[in-house]
Design a protein around this ligand. Structure first.
Ligand SMILES: *Cc1c(COP(=O)(O)O)cnc(C)c1O
Length: 370
């Protein structure tokens, strides 16, 4: 099933190359950064678009034993992908009684986000292990301050419930200087005191880089594993794990005054050589990359000229020294993932999860066992 990325292409189609060994290496990096904590992995949205069926076993083989998903259906897929490897799988979006058979069947642990859900769990499935999510400032999911205080005042509400983890989520970890980080840390530390003995989890990828105070017992990285930069503008120890390689279909010369693509949004002011590349927004290369994003040929940046079409992109290859012919690959993303996100006024998360649309995916193999 794994194909070598050097295979010759059967057709001039773009490929999404996902390096499973790099994902494993990033996972080990998380562990090295927080030696006292257990490193879990967030693999919601099909492992950030990269393919849960391939990514989950690779992470398990690297030693990961705790996974987080958003939906029960994603948890079921992760359980299938694990193929018998032992792991706990938590479902962020909560406990929905209608999903109880599915949760049981795949041994998924719901994350409880409010006291009413806790009562439902007690009534319908007290044997089902769960996590408790406390909202310490995100105002998104989790027990709010009143519910948190009510539970701390009356811990008997947890009697006979198998709480395996308490968690919270940081709102601004990618901006280390924001004061909300310290406030959330303080609130979560107080909650942890109240539920002593239950493993605690606070940090996503960016939170891990905030330092040991933020690590607690279990880490929940997503983006870092897949090679995104958790806090853009700050150094990242993680390696890019995703690259697009798309073939040139045609090369042409522009004279001054010539325009490129739909809407004629780029006009050449000097003679330019442009290559038309077989990749477009149908593959997940955002239309917003037009006139701002770029690819690479070797080390040379080749700017995207004009609009991104559904199946095609024009790049400026005037500065490429090597001879180019149709079939020559142009690379996108790799180490440029955050600059590309900037060029489209978005974040790497958003286009990663959309890359799966049409790409032929190539998985560079993982190391099998740790
Ligand atoms: C998505 C998510 C994470 C992972 O975040 P990254 O920034 O990708 O590391 C962790 N915890 C929760 C609750 C999440 O929703």
């Amino acid at each position: 099933m794994t194909t070598s990325p050097t295979d010759t292409r059967a057709e001039p189609a773009p490929r999404l190359i996902i390096d499973l060994a790099t994902i494993q290496q990033n996972y080990r990096k998380v562990r090295d950064l927080a030696p006292g904590a257990e490193a879990g992995a967030v693999i919601k949205a099909n492992a950030y678009g990269l393919g849960a069926m391939e990514v989950v076993p690779a992470l398990a083989d690297a030693g990961c034993r705790t996974f987080y998903v958003a939906h029960t259906s994603e948890g079921r897929e992760a359980r299938t992908a694990l193929a018998g490897r032992p792991a706990d799988i938590y479902v962020f979006n909560g406990f929905w009684p209608a999903e109880l058979p599915a949760l049981r069947d795949a041994e998924l642990f719901p994350v409880i986000n409010e006291l009413a859900q806790l009562e439902q769990l007690r009534e319908q499935a007290p044997d089902l292990p769960c996590a408790l999510h406390f909202d310490t400032g995100m105002n998104r999911l989790g027990l709010g301050p009143e519910e948190t205080d009510a539970l701390i005042a009356n811990p008997a509400r947890l009697d006979a419930i198998d709480v395996r983890q308490i968690m919270s989520h940081l709102a601004c970890a990618d901006e280390p200087v924001y004061p909300l980080n310290a406030r959330q840390l303080e609130r979560f530390s107080r909650i942890r005191e109240a539920f002593h003995g239950i493993p605690a989890s606070l940090s996503n990828s960016a939170g891990i880089l905030l330092g040991p105070d933020y690590h607690f017992d279990v880490l929940r990285p997503g983006l870092a594993l897949f090679g995104g930069v958790p806090a853009p503008g700050y150094p990242s120890p993680f390696e890019p794990a995703v690259e697009i390689d798309a073939p040139i279909l045609q090369i042409r010369t522009l004279r001054p005054g010539d325009t490129v693509g739909y809407g004629a949004t780029f006009t050449a002011d000097t003679p330019r050589r442009i290559a038309t590349v077989a990749a477009g927004y149908a593959d997940g290369l955002l239309r917003a990359f037009g006139n701002g994003g770029f690819g690479r040929i070797g080390e040379t940046r080749v700017p995207i000229l004009g609009r991104v079409s559904m199946d095609l992109i024009g790049v400026d290859v005037t500065d490429v020294d090597s001879p180019l012919t149709p079939g020559h690959p142009v690379c996108f993303l790799g180490g440029d993932i955050e600059d590309m996100a900037d060029s489209a006024a978005t974040i790497s998360y958003e286009f990663l999860v959309r890359l799966g649309l049409r790409f032929h995916r190539i998985y560079k193999p993982a190391a099998r066992r740790r």
